[in-house]
Design a protein around this ligand. Structure first.
Ligand code: ADP
Length: 596
């Protein structure tokens, strides 16, 4: 599907075309800015060619109206759908929507919440509707991902009348925070459920987000994109007492204070440039103002990391993105400095050698750091294209495909040391039943799992032996044995709790106790047919009309050795009321869109 993404801002127009057949490919990209005297500056790239210069386009509307001819000339063709970036969705728009007369009118009523941005975004919508009246158009909101923030995070402690007028925290950059959290979780091979993530989007605009179990629970921007981190020209958190103070001391009125908070603050105010590269260069030459600016920038970001770890009760993963987050190794280092107390430390070699063209989401924490640190590129336009396609998918795509589902009862994989201890030195397990995955079997022998509260008897052993013992039980089993096991992908056993196995020849104490994360095994041929990619996640519908469920965030594992099959545990199967085997179908939807 060919999607045009439109980001119509207050002073620039950015457009991209994505071809979403298989992997997303950006086939066209253009920026139009500095509109004056009936002309503007433009840059575009299409199919390996780059072009830039002046164009006789008086304003954003004219640039958008001229786009069909430009797309034609560069072989980008006609879009099948258009995705618009909308900054503010207010309380009403909590997800991506189709734009029609009703929704456009409703977005218009939100103008007071984002007077600079929403009218500019809506201008792009109106012109695009005139230019492409027969093409479906969709709005993706910067605020939507944060709709899950709890009331204690979104409420300012101010008079009721203010709050009733809409004064609350909303948050922005949601498309970016969501995408990089998903991408980083996929990189470390763990499902979002159970992960506590802080994402730092550090660009000209900058914000932090606390993502717990895949949902945003707090973010640093508030009613407007002024709150929170230090930015290029915005100062982030300031004392609201500044209005009275500046009025009395400098005679500034509200509009002027607001203008300077948006356009004359941040790095620009502290170091004379809003561009981090310039500030870092000045600091390297010894400029004291620039050095202080870097310290203020890093300190603020570090404080938010700590605050969000407290908000979530811990931190598993820190993600850097945005122009600064992706490119400035020294700013990543400054921000992480002093966070060793929460078991977060960087590997400086890895941090210095990040190359996103080579590896799109490298991990840069040091060996032994409990908190993982990932750097990855913000791909907001691509996300808007994917969300647009996902929303329109039922009208455009083939019916869902079916996947066999197997229920894994509790079982263990044993190492040689475990077999020796449980059954006697040199003992060989006896294969009894072959499993569907080639070369794997369940053995005649059984073991007992023992925890502080209870025992699970006659637990199956799956062969062949593995390098490391792994014990897979359900959440219900966790209550029986009295040990809280984490949800993990097979093989990700670092830091897992210990448990005792009991066999006829003795006892064996081992770590490796997990609740297995649901996953789909598939091979490259089936993956291509089903449109699945290794390491990404999908939603799968399982079970019948009455008790069926959609299981979100199901991890895809592709290997030539695998037969296509989804594995869920007994708790998940019981919840969806399916017995030993079932059928699942992939639901085209958000998880798939994001994880891609
Ligand atoms: P926007 O928020 O406008 O999308 P970007 O995400 O492109 O902005 O980020 C722009 C910021 O990233 C600028 O401050 C720029 O100086 C900074 N940046 C880009 N490359 C580097 C680099 N190599 N080192 C330090 N900062 C960089």
């Amino acid at each position: 599907m060919k999607i045009l993404v439109v980001n119509s801002g207050s002073s620039s127009l950015k457009v991209s075309v994505f071809d979403l057949a298989g992997q997303a490919v950006e086939t066209f990209k253009a920026t139009y800015e500095r509109f004056e005297n009936g002309a503007c500056a433009y840059r575009l790239s299409a199919g390996g060619t780059r072009e830039s210069g002046q164009a006789p386009l008086a304003d954003i509307a004219a640039a958008l109206a001229a786009l069909p001819a430009v797309l034609e000339r560069h072989g980008a063709g006609r879009p099948e759908a258009i995705g618009h970036r909308l900054v503010h969705g207010g309380e009403r728009f909590r997800e991506t929507i189709v734009l029609d007369a009703g929704t456009v009118a409703a977005i218009e009523t939100l103008t007071p919440l984002a007077p600079l941005h929403n009218p500019a975004n809506l201008l792009g919508v109106r012109v695009a509707q005139q230019v492409w009246p027969d093409i479906p158009q969709v709005a993706v909101f910067d605020t939507a991902f944060h709709a899950t923030n709890p009331a204690w995070a979104t409420t300012y402690a101010v008079p009721k009348a203010w709050r009733e007028a809409g004064f609350r925290r909303y948050g922005f950059h949601g498309t970016s925070h969501r995408q990089v959290a998903f991408r980083a979780a996929a990189e470390i091979g763990q499902p979002l459920a159970g992960l506590k993530i802080v994402t730092l989007h550090l660009g000209n605009g900058a914000s932090a987000c606390a993502v717990s179990n895949g949902v945003s629970v707090d973010t640093s921007m508030g009613l407007t994109p002024l709150e929170g981190l230090v930015m290029g020209t915005r100062g982030g958190d300031v004392d609201p007492g500044l209005f009275g103070f500046l009025s009395r001391q400098l005679g500034l009125d509200v509009a002027e204070v607001e203008r300077q908070l948006y356009h004359e603050s941040g790095l620009k105010a502290l170091a004379g440039s809003s561009d981090m590269r310039a500030v870092e260069a000045k600091a390297a030459e010894g400029d004291a103002d620039a050095r202080l600016a870097l310290e203020v920038f890093a300190y603020r970001a570090r404080k938010y990391v700590g605050a969000y770890a407290a908000a979530m009760g811990g931190l598993d993963l820190l993600v850097f993105t945005g122009g600064i987050g992706e490119n400035s190794a020294s700013m990543r280092r400054r921000i992480c400095e002093g966070l060793e107390f929460m078991d977060l430390s960087l590997d400086h070699d890895r941090n210095d050698s990040v190359d996103l063209a080579e590896h799109p989401a490298p991990q840069i924490q040091s060996f032994g750091s409990q908190v993982r640190v990932v750097v990855t590129a913000a791909a907001e336009e691509e996300m808007i294209a994917r969300e647009t396609a996902a929303l329109l998918a039922p009208r455009h795509e083939a019916p869902p495909v079916s996947i066999p589902v197997a229920v894994s009862a509790r079982h263990v994989h044993l190492s040689r040391a475990a077999v020796d201890a449980l059954f006697g030195p040199g003992y060989q397990l006896t294969p009894a039943l072959p499993l569907r995955q080639p070369g794997q079997w369940s053995s005649q022998e059984r073991v007992t799992i023992e925890g502080p509260k209870g025992r699970l008897e006659r637990v199956a052993i799956l062969g062949p032996e593995r390098a490391r013992t792994q014990v897979e039980i359900s959440r219900t089993d966790c209550f029986t044995v009295g040990i809280d096991a984490p949800v993990r992908e097979s093989g990700q056993l670092d830091g897992t709790p210990s448990v005792t196995l009991v066999g006829p020849a003795g006892r064996f104490e081992t770590d490796g106790l997990i609740v297995a994360a649901r996953h789909i095994h598939t091979n490259p041929q089936d993956a291509a047919r089903l449109g699945l990619t290794d390491g990404t996640m999908v939603d799968v519908r399982i079970g019948d009309e009455e008790r069926g469920l959609v299981f979100g965030k199901t991890l895809i594992r592709v290997s030539p050795k695998f037969v296509t099959e989804m594995h869920i545990d007994t708790d998940e199967a019981n919840a969806a009321d399916i017995r030993v085997n079932g059928e699942g179908s992939i639901v085209p939807g958000l998880t798939a869109a994001i994880a891609g």
